[in-house]
Design a protein around this ligand. Structure first.
Ligand SMILES: Cc1cc2nc3c(=O)[nH]c(=O)nc-3n(C[C@H](O)[C@H](O)[C@H](O)COP(=O)(O)O)c2cc1C
Length: 382
């Protein structure tokens, strides 16, 4: 369907699919397993507090962790003070960012009460002022060709030496009423951001008032695409859970890239599948059960290495429902066979050995509920 890899400023990505920031989920270990399946053009850290980075607080540094394999990487900053955001952007460049992103979409009170995240959609001059200041800062710490090569990842390329580019991630606007009256600010904001040197925008097709419910408004994303008129790429985002959803989003909006968040948490191979579908019309065979179990074990192992056993156990307990959504075959699911016993075993696992033993038991055919006894209806919470 004529989809090409995404060009973000000077950088040509391997694909046009991006892993979204999902605070508490899209950590280095998770980004690694998505990248290992393939298809990820760019991944992003969860939102980072520039003050936390500059003060060197342990939480911020953990969230900003990256490595040579985790490239290309976007580092996402939130806040409302142009000078602090600029200092945060410099920090990100000095710590391996391939792209810096500004969060203009977070609806959470903790962020909006301090005028950051999607609160910026209510004060466009502030939003554009922050972006302009960050672009200027990035220009003052441009990378040499050698420095670029270390942060591109094997499959991406860069046109020349120069600054790390800036992207912004936004929602359609704050109020539902504005969107429905045709007064969403996102088209206008995207155009102004392009004017000050932002190289791409991601649009989550919901208003702030919608939070994460209601249907994604593809028409709202399409309006942003129309308004920027090809000057910078627009990346569509929201509710893409299958390769076909990605194709639909591109067809309906004309966006140049697709960002996937929650869909990837249960299906880390979704980028591989979606890219294959977009470029060849074929979806590769689903990973085998052994491969899926190995993937969960690998996530857990990486988490133990990157953090510690306590944190890794906490993460695997809260994530197992997500992973479990795609563990069984269609036939087993049709027979209403579930993985409740596996989920319970992992949630109550006292230590790492118990997690690995449960995964192994499941792989060998155990820890499944009997046909008709269990239906995977629950929607795991994020
Ligand atoms: C629990 C949670 C945390 C999120 N954290 C971030 C974040 O740190 N930065 C951000 O830009 N978006 C964040 N988002 C929004 C996602 O990046 C994405 O825009 C949204 O979930 C819609 O895409 P999806 O349907 O593919 O998940 C978060 C979403 C959820 C559900």
């Amino acid at each position: 369907m004529g989809v090409s890899p995404l060009q973000l400023g000077p950088i040509r990505l391997e694909t046009s699919l991006l892993l979204a920031p999902i605070a508490g989920y899209c950590d280095l270990a998770f980004r690694t397993i998505c990248r290992e399946f393939g298809g990820v053009g760019l991944a992003c850290t969860d939102l980072l507090s520039p003050q936390g980075l500059l003060r060197g607080t342990a939480t911020s540094l953990d969230l900003a962790k990256t490595n040579a394999f985790d490239k290309p990487i976007g580092m996402q900053l939130y806040g409302s003070d142009p000078e602090i955001m600029a200092a945060g952007a410099r920090w990100a460049v000095e710590h391996g960012a391939t792209v810096v992103d500004i969060n203009m979409g977070c609806p959470v009170d903790k962020v909006t009460k301090k005028d950051g995240g999607s609160k910026l959609l209510t004060d466009l001059s502030r939003a554009v002022g922050i972006a302009a200041r960050v672009v200027k800062e990035l220009e003052s710490c441009a990378l040499t060709a050698g420095e670029w090569s270390a942060r591109l990842g094997a499959a991406s390329s860069v046109a020349a030496s120069g600054p790390v580019p800036l992207t912004c991630k936004m929602r359609l606007c704050w109020h539902d009423a504005d969107y429905h009256a045709g007064r969403a600010c996102s088209p206008h904001l995207a155009r102004m951001l392009a004017d000050v040197g932002v190289v791409g925008v991601t649009v989550h097709g919901r208003t702030t008032e919608m939070k994460f419910s209601g249907e994604v408004q593809l028409a709202g994303i399409a309006r942003v695409v129309d308004e920027v008129g090809g000057r910078i790429p627009v990346i569509g985002n929201g509710d893409v859970r299958t390769p076909q959803d990605a194709a639909r989003m591109i067809a309906a909006t004309g966006c140049s890239g697709v960002m996937i968040g929650r869909g990837a948490i249960s299906t880390p191979w979704l980028f591989r599948d979606a890219w294959s579908f977009l470029t060849t019309g074929q979806v590769p065979p689903e990973p085998s059960l052994d491969e899926k179990i190995a993937m969960i074990g690998r996530y857990f192992t990486l988490m133990r290495q990157q953090r510690d056993d306590r944190y890794a156990l906490m993460q695997i307990r809260r994530r197992i429902s997500w992973f479990a959504k795609r563990l069984l075959t269609d036939e087993e699911r049709a027979a209403r066979v579930g993985c409740k016993p596996l989920k319970e075993a992992i949630r109550t696992a006292a230590d790492a050995e118990a997690v690995f033993a449960s995964l192994d038991a499941f792989r060998c055919g155990g820890l499944r509920s009997a046909p008709g006894m269990d239906v995977e209806t629950e929607s795991p919470a994020v």
